[in-house]
Design a protein around this ligand. Structure first.
Ligand code: 2HG
Ligand code: ZN
Length: 481
C-alpha cells in the first residue's frame, strides 16, 4: 500500500476561489483530517491522496464546478458511500485528483405509488431509499450488504447487483430515467418516468455501470414494486453443489416469481460466521459442507409460500438433495438466517487475509465452477480455504479464498494475482465473467483488457474519448491506460 510521503500540492488559489464562489465554504473540503476517511477504501487495498473534496448541494452547483474543473484540466474522482470492492472511488497517489462527493444531494424529490417510481438524488443512502418506499407501502428491491452506507449514485454508477437480482434484476433494471452531469458541466435532464421511451441512444444505460468514468449520476427515477405481503425463508443443508442447483430449479419451476433470493454457502463459510459473528447460531442439527438460503416472497397476501416451501423441500428431501432444513418461524429467525449469509464478508475478514473473486457463469455451470475452483485453489496454495458463497440463482458466486492457518497474511496476499488468475481460467472455460457485480474499478482494468479485447475494448475507448476527451473523469478506473 503506497503511502503519501510527498506533500500534496494545494489547488491553485484562483481555482480554489472559483470553486468556493459556486459551492460555498461547506462545499469545499481541504482540511487533511476531514479528507482522511475519503482517502482509503474499506478493504484496505488502496491509499490515495487528494488536495480537496467538493461537496455540491445541487445539480446546478455540480455543473458549475465541473465547468471550472474542466476548463482547468483537473481530474476528478466521484465518491459515493466509499464501499467499492475494487477501489473504484479512490483517488490515485499523485495528489492531483479532486474527490467529488454528492452526499449533500440526499433528497427524495418525488415518490409516486401510481407510477411506482421514486426520484432520488445521488446522495440518498440505499437503505433510506428502501425505507422511503416501504413507508409508502411499496418496495425498492435492490438489497446488498453495504446498503446502510452505499448511495443511489454509487449503486447506479456501478450497476450493483446484490441478493435479489434473481427476481428484480440489477440496478440498471431498476432505473427508468437519469439526471447526469457530464465532464464539461453539461446537464442531461433525463428524469423521465416512462416504461417506454425509444428516443435515440439510451444515455442513461451508458452512465449506469460506467463507474464514474463518463459523468456523474446526480438523480434517478427508480422503479418501485408492490411490497411483499407473504414471505418464507429457509436454511437448507444440501448434499452437494448439484443438489443446490437442482433445488433452485424445483422452486423456479413451481413459482419463478416467488424466488426473491437463492444463496449458496459452503460449510467453511458458515463455520467462519458461527466462529466470528456474535450471536450467530446454526438452526440445523448438524454441520454440512453445503447450504442454501431460500427466500420466497409474494405481494399476494393469500400466497401460501410456507406450503410451497414445505412441498418443495419434502420432494428434495426424498430425492436426497436436501439433508435437513430449518424454516424461519418469526421475523427474528428470518433475520438470524439472513445474518449467517450477510456476515460472510465480515467473518472472512476476521478469520484472516482473503482474496475475493466476484465471478459469474451461466447458472447451469455454477456447480462445476465451485467444484473445479475449490480443487484448483487448494492445489495452488496448500492449506488455503476456499469460501464460495453468494447469488447462485443468478450465477454470481464469490469464489473467495481464505489464507492457510498460520501463514503470514502478506505472503498470502502476494499471491492475489495468481489466485485470481486460477479462478478466472476456469471462469473463462465456463463462458463466465471476471467481475459479476463489483465492477472493474482500479483493481481490474488489466483484466478488462485481457477479456474484452478487440472491437469491444476499442468501442469502449471511443466512447470514453468522445464523452470525456480530456480524460478527467475517474482516471485509471475501468479502462486500462
Ligand atoms: C456479498 O454478496 C458482497 O456479500 C460481498 O457482494 C462479497 O465479500 C465478498 O466477496
Ligand atoms: Zn455479492
Amino acid at each position: 500500500m503506497p503511502d503519501t510521503a510527498m506533500p500534496i500540492p494545494a489547488l491553485p488559489t484562483g481555482l480554489l476561489d472559483a470553486l468556493l464562489g459556486v459551492l460555498g465554504p461547506r462545499g469545499v473540503v481541504t482540511d487533511a483530517r476531514d479528507l482522511e476517511p475519503h482517502l482509503s477504501d474499506w478493504r484496505g487495498l488502496y491509499r490515495g491522496a487528494s488536495p480537496a473534496m467538493l461537496r455540491p448541494a445541487s445539480t446546478e452547483e455540480l455543473s458549475m464546478a465541473m465547468a471550472i474543473l474542466h476548463a482547468a484540466g483537473v481530474p476528478v474522482v466521484p465518491q459515493g458511500g466509499n464501499t467499492s470492492m475494487v477501489g473504484g472511488a479512490m483517488p490515485d497517489e499523485s495528489g492531483r485528483q479532486v474527490i467529488v462527493s454528492l452526499t449533500r444531494m440526499n433528497r427524495i424529490r418525488d415518490l409516486d405509488p401510481v407510477d411506482m417510481t421514486m426520484v432520488a438524488e445521488a446522495g440518498v443512502v440505499l437503505k433510506t431509499a428502501q425505507d422511503a418506499a416501504a413507508a409508502a407501502g411499496c418496495l425498492f428491491p435492490l438489497s446488498l450488504g453495504a446498503e446502510g452506507t452505499a448511495t443511489v449514485g454509487g449503486v447506479l454508477s456501478t450497476n450493483a447487483g446484490g441478493n435479489t437480482t434473481v427476481r428484480y434484476g440489477n440496478a440498471r433494471d431498476l432505473m427508468l430515467g437519469l439526471e447526469a452531469v457530464m465532464p464539461d458541466g453539461g446537464v442531461i435532464h433525463g428524469l423521465r418516468r416512462l416504461r417506454k421511451d425509444n428516443t435515440g441512444y439510451a444515455l442513461r444505460h451508458l452512465l449506469v455501470g460506467a463507474e464514474g468514468t463518463l459523468g456523474f449520476v446526480t438523480a434517478a427515477v427508480l422503479r418501485l414494486f408492490p411490497r411483499p405481503r407473504a414471505e418464507a425463508i429457509a436454511l437448507c443443508a444440501v448434499a452437494d453443489e448439484d443438489a443446490a442447483l437442482s433445488l433452485f430449479r424445483r422452486f423456479r419451476d413451481r413459482d419463478e416469481g416467488a424466488v426473491r433470493a437463492f444463496e449458496y454457502m459452503s460449510g467453511t463459510g458458515i463455520d467462519f460466521a458461527l466462529k466470528h459473528i456474535e450471536g450467530a447460531t446454526l438452526p440445523l442439527s448438524e454441520r454440512a459442507d453445503h447450504y442454501v438460503l431460500v427466500d420466497l416472497a409474494s405481494s399476494r397476501p393469500d400466497a401460501d409460500l410456507r406450503g410451497l416451501m414445505e412441498a418443495v423441500l419434502e420432494e428434495a428431501l426424498e430425492a436426497g438433495e436436501v439433508l435437513d432444513a430449518a424454516l424461519a418461524e418469526s421475523e427474528a429467525q428470518r433475520h438470524a438466517i439472513w445474518r449467517l449469509r450477510e456476515e460472510h464478508p465480515e467473518a472472512q475478514k476476521r478469520e484472516g487475509a482473503s482474496v475475493k473473486n466476484d465471478v459469474s457463469v451461466p447458472v447451469s455451470k455454477v456447480p462445476e465452477l465451485i467444484r473445479r475452483s475449490n480443487a484448483a485453489l487448494k492445489a495452488l496454495i496448500p492449506g488455503s480455504r476456499p469460501v464460495p458463497f453468494g447469488h447462485m440463482g443468478d450465477g454470481n458466486i464469490h469464489m473467495n479464498l481464505e489464507q492457510p492457518e498460520g501463514m503470514e497474511a502478506g505472503a498470502f496476499l502476494a499471491r492475489s494475482h495468481d489466485i485470481m488468475d486460477c479462478v478466472n481460467a476456469i471462469v473463462r472455460e465456463l463462458d463466465g465473467s471476471f467481475s459479476a457485480e463489483h465492477g472493474v474499478g482500479r483493481l481490474k482494468p488489466d483484466m478488462l483488457a485481457e477479456w474484452r479485447g478487440g472491437a469491444e475494448l476499442e468501442t469502449m475507448r471511443r466512447i470514453k474519448a468522445a464523452l470525456d476527451p480530456k480524460g478527467l473523469m475517474n482516471p485509471g478506473k475501468v479502462l486500462p491506460a
